[in-house]
Unconditional design. Structure first.
Length: 447
């Protein structure tokens, strides 16, 4: 790998600081971050929170430092003699010239392959859509029977049964026994899930076990278990390990619980909640029935008021017809009066609209007499205005200025020359006089 500094020999000696600086650059650029496996020895925890230790194997060792902001992320405490894998940067501690590893992450030896397998399977199943919300089944609100898939000897079974008994003891519980730890545990968990699906006697299943190391929980990270959970037609609540433990089964289950106890709480309602819901439903039903009865009683009263004797109904209809006859006669009389009034009104307006021919003829003769005099006055006014405009034009005519001895000097393109700076020596110019014009060439200019 090429160095970042000039490695050619120099004519003079360099200082120790410069030597260590160059060596540090060479190490950090040549060896990127990498995982190193070994055994911890000489572990020292400084008051500053930093860890200093050596990482060794049977043939060599290297000094290591893990600063406080790095080691605070660990959820376990390393000890001398522990086999670990560290992700570190090879560098040089320049003040002492000592080779060391700056550790950024640490894990127990052997867990790296499990974590990689976990992430690889997680990416695969997620890409296939096994974690999608569309595949999740809703949990029943009131299951008639609950199934538990776990080991009969597991402490998690006791926690689940205790919680179910406390919340709703009337719900039957069926145990589908299976080992939850060991080499063949994954295959037997799959058989238990499929047996519960075939028997179809429960409305919800609880898959649970207590906490443990990643090796103990590994059966729940197997692909066969994940696919069995995804294919199960019965909703599954997964409560594996403690709250910080995460498995592939948690992602594929229809509901993930942080602990087995929490899984039992999700699977069934609490009897106090059911009693409260029943009280609310009873109160709502009582109010609804009361409103229904009140509405029906009011409707009966309304219908009873509308119920009339046939004779009374005939009398009312006869009175209604008499009233309509009276209104019809009044409307007819009012219509005739209105038509007579409109006829008189139009006759009066027509009489007023007739023209007065005598008055109009007298006005025409008066206008004919006044027209010649008005025409003559208008002509005099226009002639005076025209003479005024002619005088103004003559005053503003530039030729009048030229008649007094002035001339107009322009470039050949017609632009007026006002300043000697506008012309150059040798340029041809045009001059316009009062009569005619001439062309000239500039031989000299002055300011």
């Amino acid at each position: 790998m090429p160095l970042s500094y000039d490695a050619r020999p120099t004519t003079g000696a360099i200082t120790v600081s410069e030597l260590n600086h160059r060596a540090k650059q060479l190490l950090e650029q040549s060896l990127p971050l990498t995982w190193v496996a070994g055994e911890i020895s000489n572990l020292t925890r400084a008051t500053s929170g930093h860890w200093y230790f050596s990482l060794k194997d049977t043939q060599a060792q290297a000094r290591c430092v893990m600063f406080r902001h790095r080691n605070q992320a660990l959820d376990w405490t390393p000890e001398n003699g522990a086999q670990v894998e560290v992700r570190a940067l090879a560098t040089l501690y320049a003040p002492r010239g000592e080779f060391q590893l700056n550790v950024e992450a640490m894990r127990r030896a052997g867990l790296g392959a499990l974590f990689e397998a976990f992430e690889r399977l997680k990416r695969k199943l997620e890409k296939e859509g096994l974690f999608g919300a569309a595949r999740k089944l809703p949990l029943p609100f009131f299951p008639r029977q609950i199934g538990v898939i776990t080991s009969p000897a597991a402490a998690a079974l006791h926690d689940v049964l205790t919680t179910l008994r406390r919340r709703l003891p009337a719900i039957p519980v069926i145990l589908y026994p299976t080992p939850v730890q060991g080499k063949d545990a994954a295959a037997q968990i799959v058989q238990a899930i499929r047996a519960a699906a075939v028997r179809n006697e429960c409305e919800v299943l609880i898959l649970c076990r207590g906490g443990g190391s990643i090796e103990d929980l590994w059966p729940f990270n197997e692909e066969t278990v994940a696919r069995a959970i995804s294919d199960c037609p019965i909703p599954i609540v997964c409560g594996v390990g403690h709250e910080t433990d995460v498995t592939i089964a948690d992602f594929t289950a229809d509901q993930r619980a942080p602990t087995p106890t929490a899984a039992a709480e999700m699977a069934c309602p609490h009897r106090a909640d059911l009693a409260r819901r029943l009280e609310i439903a009873q109160a709502r039903l009582t109010r609804h029935m009361q409103h229904f009865l009140e509405n029906r009683m009011q409707q009966i009263d309304y219908l009873s008021r509308r119920l009339l004797h046939p004779g009374e109904r005939l009398t009312n209809q006869a009175q209604h017809l008499t009233h309509i006859q009276q209104r019809l006669g009044a409307a007819l009389a009012h219509g005739l009066q209105d038509a007579e009034w409109k006829t008189l009104q139009w006759r009066h307006r027509l009489h007023q609209a007739l023209p007065d021919l005598t008055r109009l003829e007298s006005r025409r003769q008066e206008c004919a007499r006044r027209l010649p005099a008005a025409h003559e006055r208008r002509l005099h006014t226009l002639e005076a205005t025209l003479a005024h405009f002619q005088a103004n034009l003559a005053h503003l005519n530039p030729l009048g200025v030229l008649k007094r001895g002035y001339s107009l000097v322009t470039h050949e393109d017609g632009r007026i020359i006002q300043d000697s700076a506008d012309v150059v020596v040798g340029e041809k110019i045009a001059m316009t006089f009062s009569r005619g014009g001439a062309s000239a060439q500039v031989t000299d200019k002055r300011r």
